[in-house]
Design a protein around this ligand. Structure first.
Ligand code: SF4
Length: 334
C-alpha cells in the first residue's frame, strides 16, 4: 500500500534569490574566463555562496584573499574584485603590481561609496551603519582616510558615539541590513543629532528591501520558514530574523537540502521559503524537491514586487557571447 504523504503548502516568495548585482558579478567572472582563459583570479568570494564559488572554480576561477597570492607568472591574468566592493587601497595595490583588474563591485555599493565621499567632501564626519568585519563595510570604510568614518552597529553605539562636531555628521548604511533595525538606529542618531545628514539616496538596496518585505508578508502562520543562503551572507541572515519577527514559528538558514533538520522540524503544514540575494534558484528547487519526497506539496507563490533591475558588465567584456548553458549558470538555474 502506498503511504499517503501529509499535505504541505509552501509559500514561495517572489522576489527571492539572485539580485542584479550578484548576477552581474558572476557574469563578469564567466565572461573573463571565456575572454582571457583560466586562471581568472577572484579576490574574496565573488558572492557569499559556496555553490557559486565551486561552480566558478570548476571553470577555472581561483579565489584569493590578497593580491599578493597571485604568482608572478600569472600577473597577466585578470583579477576580479567581488560584488561587496573593496577599499581604495586594493585597486591602488593592483596598479602598483601591474595587475589587470575587473571591478565587480555592485553599482549600488559604489553608490554608497560615493555618498560617503560626498559627506566627507562637505566637511562631515561619516557614520557608517553596518556590521564590523563584513567585506562591504571594510570596502566602504576604505573609501575614506582613517578616522573619517565611525562604524555604528547598534542603537547602543548610536547612544554612546561622541562626535567632534555634532553639526557636521552624515550617515550611510551597508546595503544589506535589516530595514527595521536600521530605521531604529537612524532614529536614535537623529534624536541626538538633529542636524545629521542622510545620504542623497537610500543605502539599503532594492533587493534587500524587496526580499525582506516578501518574507514579512508571508511569515505569519508559517510553521517553518527556510531561507536559502550562506552563514556569511548578511542579507540572508537578515531574512531569517525578519521571518521570526513577523510570526514564523521557526526560521532557519540552510545552504543545501542536505542541511534541512527533518527531526527538529516535526509536523508542519505551512512552510515559508525564500532565498538570499546570493543563493541560486537551483538550490531552491532542490529544497522544494526534498519536501516533495516527504509531503504532498502545494506551491503558493507570493508575489510582492516585480524586479526589472539589470546592471550591465564593463565595456571590455561586452564583446563576449554567453551560451544558454553559461546564462543558466549566471542566473542560478544550473
Ligand atoms: S544585495 Fe543589493 S547591493 Fe548587494 S549585490 Fe545585490 S543589488 Fe547589489
Amino acid at each position: 500500500m502506498i503511504e499517503k504523504k501529509p499535505p504541505l503548502t509552501i509559500r514561495l516568495c517572489q522576489p527571492r534569490g539572485f539580485c542584479a548585482g550578484v548576477d552581474r558579478a558572476i557574469q563578469i567572472v564567466v565572461l573573463a574566463l571565456k575572454k582571457y582563459g583560466a586562471p581568472v583570479y577572484v579576490r574574496h568570494e565573488i558572492v557569499h555562496n559556496r555553490y557559486v564559488v565551486e561552480g566558478l572554480q570548476s571553470l577555472g576561477a581561483v579565489f584569493i584573499e590578497e593580491l599578493s597570492e597571485i604568482p608572478p607568472e600569472h600577473r597577466q591574468s585578470p583579477v576580479v574584485f567581488s560584488a561587496h566592493g573593496v577599499p581604495k587601497s586594493v585597486p591602488a595595490d593592483a596598479e602598483a603590481r601591474h595587475l589587470f583588474y575587473l571591478d565587480a563591485t555592485c553599482p549600488l555599493v559604489s553608490k554608497v561609496h560615493k555618498q560617503a565621499m560626498r559627506h566627507q567632501r562637505l566637511g562631515r564626519h561619516v557614520l557608517l551603519i553596518g556590521h564590523a568585519g563584513h567585506p562591504e563595510v571594510i570596502g566602504t570604510m576604505g573609501q575614506l582616510p582613517e578616522g573619517a568614518v565611525t562604524l555604528i552597529e547598534t542603537e547602543a553605539d548610536a547612544a554612546s558615539f561622541v562626535p567632534a562636531d555634532p553639526a557636521a555628521l552624515g550617515f550611510v548604511t551597508q546595503t544589506t541590513l535589516s530595514v527595521e533595525d536600521t530605521a531604529g538606529i537612524i532614529r536614535a542618531l537623529q534624536e541626538r543629532f538633529p542636524e545629521l545628514h542622510a545620504p542623497a539616496a537610500e543605502s539599503i538596496c532594492y533587493a534587500t528591501t524587496n526580499r525582506q518585505e516578501a518574507v514579512k508578508e508571508t511569515a505569519a502562520g508559517a510553521d517553518l520558514y527556510l531561507i536559502v543562503g550562506a552563514p556569511n551572507s548578511s542579507n540572508s541572515r537578515r531574512l531569517v530574523e525578519v521571518a521570526e519577527r513577523a510570526g514564523a514559528r521557526m526560521s532557519l538558514l540552510v545552504q543545501r537540502a542536505a542541511e534541512i533538520p527533518w527531526e527538529e522540524i516535526g509536523e508542519i503544514s505551512t512552510l515559508g521559503l525564500s532565498a538570499g540575494a546570493s543563493a541560486p534558484e537551483i538550490i531552491v528547487d532542490e529544497i522544494i524537491d526534498a519536501f516533495r519526497q516527504r509531503f504532498d506539496v502545494t506551491i503558493d507563490l507570493a508575489i510582492t514586487a516585480t524586479e526589472t533591475e539589470d546592471f550591465p558588465v564593463m565595456r571590455v567584456l561586452r564583446d563576449v557571447e554567453l551560451t544558454a548553458a553559461d546564462m543558466a549558470f549566471v542566473n542560478g538555474a544550473a
